[in-house]
Each structure stands twice: as structure tokens, then as C-alpha cells.
Design a protein around this ligand. Structure first.
Ligand SMILES: [Cu+2]
Length: 191
């Protein structure tokens, strides 16, 4: 039993940062403290998750012009069922044209994830819809039939005045995504 635990620790030791070797050596010295050394495995295991949360994404620039096109697609650079571009930065008063390039998609603003006072939109399936954005802030929208696959998109108009509220909602929304649970957070990171 004791030998078994020690073997696992020595394997882990090969993959931890140099600074951690001393700690593990220290814990392995007295035979009686093997049980104390076990939590170190948990600490090592948590590192990749923490790194992933801090991962940064390339920011998108302000889109030129006052009219912008977002295509509704079955597949794109980020996987299947996507808006393209899924992350857009525009100016106050600009218009976004959602194009039904592929069928069986729509664009619908998500309640609570658009700026205060902004008008919600809800496009029909397989139908183009144009939306004029006349309130500053972040707008998050979805494709109704593919929400479970995280078919969502984000648009920032002017300053992200509702950033905190949108991020809080985005965390809560992960439960709705059976696939691509981090897609929305990744999109928001690009604003
Ligand atoms: Cu869709």
C-alpha cells in the first residue's frame, strides 16, 4: 500500500515544475507522512484548469463601416453550428444583417444579456433579419434550435457598459450547453 502511493508520487514528480521537487522530497522523507503527501497530487491536478481559466484570447478590432454581416452556418472555424463572425465590435447606431446562409438557424437576443433599454430581436428560422443597435453595451444572441450546442454570438456596441452582468449570466448559461461549454466565455474574452 505504501509502496503503491510512493510510486504514483514519483511519476507525478516528473511532470511538476522544478520548484515543487523540494516539497515532494520533504514529504517523502519520513515514512509515516505518506498520507500527508497525497493532497499534493490534487494540487498538481488543479494546475491545468487554473491555467485554462486565465487563457487570454486575441481581441477583435472595431469593424469598419456602419453595416455588418453575420452568417448563420452549419460549420465554421470554431466548430459546428456557428455564427460568423461570432464576435463583432461595432459603433453605436450600426446595423447587423444576420444571413440565413445555411438553413434551420435563427438569431434571437437573449433576455438579460443585452444593454438596458435595448430592443430584443427574435428572427425566424432560415430567415434573414437586420438589427439596428442603438444602445451601448454587449449583446449576446443565440440560435434557438442549437443553443444546446452553444450556437451563440456576441456584439459589442461602443463601451461594454453591461460587462459584469453579461459575464455573470454567461457563467450561469454554461448549464444550457451540452457541447462547447466554454464557447461563450471564449467569445466574450475576445471583446
Ligand atoms: Cu442554429
Amino acid at each position: 500500500m505504501v509502496f503503491c502511493t510512493l510510486a504514483i508520487l514519483s511519476v507525478n514528480a516528473a511532470s511538476v515544475p522544478p520548484g515543487s521537487y523540494d516539497e515532494i522530497d520533504e514529504r517523502l522523507k519520513p515514512f509515516g507522512s505518506v498520507a500527508i503527501a497525497v493532497p499534493a497530487e490534487d494540487e498538481v491536478g488543479q494546475e491545468p484548469a487554473q491555467v485554462a481559466q486565465q487563457a487570454s484570447f486575441e481581441k477583435v478590432g472595431l469593424s469598419e463601416g456602419s453595416e455588418h454581416i453575420v452568417e448563420m452556418l452549419n460549420s465554421g472555424p470554431e466548430g459546428s453550428m456557428v455564427f460568423k463572425p461570432a464576435v463583432l465590435k461595432v459603433s453605436l447606431g450600426d446595423t447587423v444583417h444576420f444571413r440565413a446562409t445555411d438553413l434551420a438557424h435563427n438569431s434571437a437576443a437573449i433576455e438579460g444579456m443585452i444593454p438596458d433599454g435595448a430592443e430584443k430581436w427574435a428572427g425566424l428560422l432560415s430567415t434573414d433579419i437586420s438589427v439596428t443597435l442603438d444602445q451601448e453595451g454587449i449583446y449576446v444572441y443565440q440560435c434557438d434550435p442549437h443553443l444546446v450546442m452553444a450556437m451563440v454570438g456576441v456584439i459589442q456596441v461602443g463601451d461594454a457598459v453591461n460587462r459584469e452582468a453579461v459575464y455573470a449570466s454567461a457563467e450561469a448559461m454554461k448549464e444550457n450547453f451540452a457541447m462547447n461549454p466554454d464557447r461563450l466565455i471564449n467569445y466574450l474574452s475576445q471583446l
